[in-house]
Design a protein around this ligand. Structure first.
Ligand SMILES: C[S@@+](CC[C@H](N)C(=O)[O-])C[C@H]1O[C@@H](n2cnc3c(N)ncnc32)[C@H](O)[C@@H]1O
Length: 224
């Protein structure tokens, strides 16, 4: 059970987390998890077929953006870090991608999308912001729109500076500097139930190896 935080603690941690990702951007891919998931997550995304106009939240260095472009007509990729967006833009090099620098917890969409995707982002959304975050995702979707996400529940023992029951973790850059961030270790059954509780019908599946999971679904229509 993850402990609840006060609103000002959540705000402070979200700022620290955003600052951490700005600082880690040049070395982000050196901090990959020590688990081999093969192409299971990528295969699940391909099977989902993210067609039409796709919104990618927290795109980071664009690792998933290229895969989205295999199916999507266009992608709007949002991230708070200009450093991450610069890497993503160089990597993607496509006129079909619009990059937007914004704080997801303040940003509002200027249009609606067929699909919303986020990779390794949901676990960084504090539980205190879970319901408003999913309400934002619903507001980003066209009627009949779909969501797909991939993530992991891994937390190394030395990251848990406030113990197992806290979602606050400590991350270190290669230079040893320490930054607080949020990592919610969602369990697939609990997450699926939590999503049902905020008006979504999402199938959440664990991968066959490693601490990874993915989810696919849609908001429950208002007339159901
Ligand atoms: C774990 S990385 C995931 C990046 C990418 N989706 C991937 O799978 O590699 C989290 C990303 O969230 C971004 N981020 C952190 N806080 C944010 C916020 N408040 N609003 C928008 N993006 C944020 C970071 O800049 C970082 O790029």
């Amino acid at each position: 059970m993850i402990a609840v935080m006060g609103a000002s603690d959540v705000d402070r941690l979200l700022s620290e987390q955003a600052a951490y990702y700005r600082a880690v951007a040049p070395e982000y891919e050196q901090h990959a998890l020590p688990f081999d998931v093969g192409d299971e997550l990528a295969a699940a995304l391909d099977a989902f077929r993210p067609t039409g106009s796709v919104l990618e939240l927290a795109c980071g260095p664009g690792i998933w953006t290229g895969q989205l472009l295999r199916h999507a007509a266009d992608v709007t990729a949002v991230d708070a870090s200009p450093e991450m967006l610069a890497i993503a833009s160089a990597r993607t090099g496509s006129e079909r991608v619009r990059f937007v620098e914004a704080n997801i917890f303040e940003w509002r969409p200027d249009r609606r999308y067929d699909v919303v995707f986020f990779g390794f982002w949901l676990s960084h959304v504090p539980l205190e912001r879970f319901a408003p975050f999913w309400s934002l995702v619903a507001d980003c979707l066209e009627p009949g729109g779909r969501v797909f996400f991939v993530d992991d529940a891994h937390r190394a023992p030395d990251e848990l500076i406030e113990g197992e029951s806290s979602s606050t973790v400590l991350r270190r850059l290669n230079d040893g500097s320490a930054h607080r961030a949020i990592k919610v270790p969602h369990r697939v059954d609990e997450l699926q139930e939590r999503l049902t509780g905020v008006g979504w019908r999402v199938e959440v599946r664990a991968t066959t190896t490693g601490p990874f999971y993915w989810g696919a679904g849609s908001p429950v229509p208002l007339d159901e």
